[in-house]
Design a protein around this ligand. Structure first.
Ligand code: ADP
Length: 519
């Protein structure tokens, strides 16, 4: 691990790896393929960049974004990592020079556009090179079930197969449902991959949905009252970006814009204006944002309903990368449905329409749900690890019967800790309520500091909270003759106050004077 630490500090200026990066990197270095699903900002790039530097040979990074390759390579060079890229913007002479550099062993990371991988010329040249890893960035693009399908990603597997020596193959994405996950692993030909499924839940993204409001008035008010903050406003269409930009600029707001219909020069200039905070608000289509690493985006407004949840989650995922609050406002009118359908029917290839319309249906269900928005998204991605209610989205806040149970949960968990995880629900209830039953006196549990700390609560209420903890994975149950409650990693997060607990109690747990929990 020393070499890893040295490289980490020397090149990247980072002191330690995150837990998830550590296990992913260890797997890559042991030669095992990896499928890694981590949210945007989760530190995926570091996994392949660092392993590239540790392993002998060169790492090929397949990336769909030609426009970002140069930035990425410039960044790597600036920190002393020999990197290059190959894409359609270069002349043959330039590509030949780069290939010679690679062959001479003076390049460690080579970014390549997937289109290049089906050329006989490249396949032959790469066969003379010691390739340690093929890292596929935005790996979900290979699956037609994904929202970003790129046919050229289908070149990757045949390319890998054509190599005399198979390198370790790693796939990274921030967005993939179960179907996309399976498809991606298949289509990239990953061999018995280590699958890392990073928690999707970002507790600092506060999702708010507004229905049938005056969108322009909302936006004007919001920017005015948050003028010190940086935010992104996403529109569905280029002309919506233009008209909103003109309207807001004319009344003196610090705004800029970005969409695919603008020249590269203007796009770069506007992107820099936003990144360097010469302008506070970026108005853009979904063309803006991939690979943008700005940590202090405090709000993301969607002027209308996005076409799918994958895109929506990716877009709001650009907010709050520094871990502090980012407010995500989705402005939804029922008219958005027709516009989105129209967009799909007119701009999507016929064979993809059915898939896109299905995804749109889920997006509509999201906009119409009364349940927790975060829970909806996590279920959509098949991330069932996480608890049920976020307690911060506009539905949770609206939901009267949803209670903040953090204090109660902490009392229960600390009692569990004090009793050394040796008992089941009934004994726990008795200890917490200060009831001196046989088991309590036998094991001298009445001497614990947590004895009777929930004296004022009914045993039904305590059981309800324990069941909520179990349901939300915040505590485990070891089944057996005597079932025992066990602490897990999530329990410690609650105990340390790093995670809040929200839940609904059954009706008879609440007493008549409406003061929650009283006996
Ligand atoms: P992703 O590719 O998953 O979107 P990045 O690799 O771009 O995420 O990382 C996001 C940010 O977090 C970058 O600024 C990166 O330098 C930083 N980062 C990554 N790993 C670590 C770490 N172990 N410690 C501190 N910062 C990190």
């Amino acid at each position: 691990m020393n070499k890893i630490q040295d490289i980490l500090e020397k090149y990247f200026g980072i002191k330690s790896l995150r837990k998830e990066q550590k296990i992913i990197i260890e797997s890559i270095l042991s030669g095992r393929d990896v499928f890694c699903l981590l949210p945007t900002g989760g530190g995926k790039s570091l996994c392949y960049e660092l392993t590239a530097m540790v392993m002998k040979g060169v790492t090929i990074v397949v990336s769909p974004l030609i426009s970002l390759m140069k930035d990425q390579v410039d960044y790597l060079k600036s920190i002393g990592i020999p990197a290059q890229y190959i894409n359609s913007t270069q002349s043959n002479a330039e590509i030949d020079r780069i290939l010679m550099d690679i062959e001479s062993g003076s390049v460690k990371i080579i970014y390549i556009a997937p289109e290049r991988l089906n050329s006989e010329f490249f396949i032959n040249r790469f066969n003379n090179i010691d390739i340690s890893q093929v890292a596929v960035d935005e790996a979900h693009c290979v699956s037609q079930w994904g929202h970003d399908f790129r046919r050229s990603y289908r070149n990757i597997n045949p390319f890998i197969k054509s190599l005399k020596k198979r390198p370790v193959v790693t796939a990274f994405t921030a967005t993939a449902t179960e179907a996309v996950r399976k498809d991606t692993i298949n289509l990239l030909g990953l061999q018995a991959p280590f699958i890392f499924f990073g928690g999707f839940y970002r507790s600092n993204l506060q999702i708010n949905l507004y229905k049938e409001i005056d969108k322009i008035e909302f936006i004007k008010d919001y920017i005015r009252s948050h003028e010190e903050e940086c935010g992104i406003i996403y529109c569905s269409l280029r002309r919506e970006v233009d008209s909103l930009f003109m309207g807001l600029k004319d009344i003196g707001y610090s705004v800029t814009r970005y969409h695919g219909g603008m020249s590269d020069e203007e796009k770069n200039e506007n992107q820099d204006d936003f990144l360097f905070e010469r302008k506070n608000v970026m108005i853009a289509t979904n063309a803006f944002g991939m690979g943008i690493d700005k940590s202090n985006i405090r709000y993301i407004i969607h002027v209308s309903m996005p076409k799918n949840i994958e895109g929506y989650y990716q877009e709001i995922g650009r907010g709050g990368r520094d871990g502090t609050l980012c407010r995500c406002h989705l402005l939804y009118n029922r008219d958005d449905i027709r516009s989105a359908e129209f967009l799909i029917n007119t701009s999507t290839k016929i064979e993809r329409r059915e898939i896109e319309l299905k995804k749109l249906q889920s997006m509509i269900e999201f906009c119409e749900t009364d349940e927790c928005y975060n829970e909806f998204i996590l279920n959509y991605f098949g991330d069932t690890e996480k608890k049920k209610f976020c307690g911060t989205c506009s539905n949770c806040v609206k939901n009267d019967s949803l209670k903040d149970l953090t204090i109660e949960a902490q009392k229960i968990l600390s009692c569990l800790y004090r009793t050394r995880e040796k008992f089941g629900i009934s004994v726990m209830c008795d200890v917490l309520r200060g009831f001196k039953g046989t088991k309590i006196t036998q094991y001298r549990l009445d001497e614990l500091s947590t004895f009777g700390i929930m004296r004022d609560y009914s045993s039904k209420a305590i059981k309800d909270v324990i069941n909520i903890l179990l349901e939300q994975g915040l505590v485990d149950m070891k089944e057996g003759t005597y079932s025992m409650l066990l602490l897990n990693n999530n329990s410690y997060k609650v105990l340390k106050g790093q995670e809040k607990v929200f839940g609904k109690l059954s009706d008879n747990a609440v007493c008549e004077d409406e003061e929650l929990f009283k006996k």
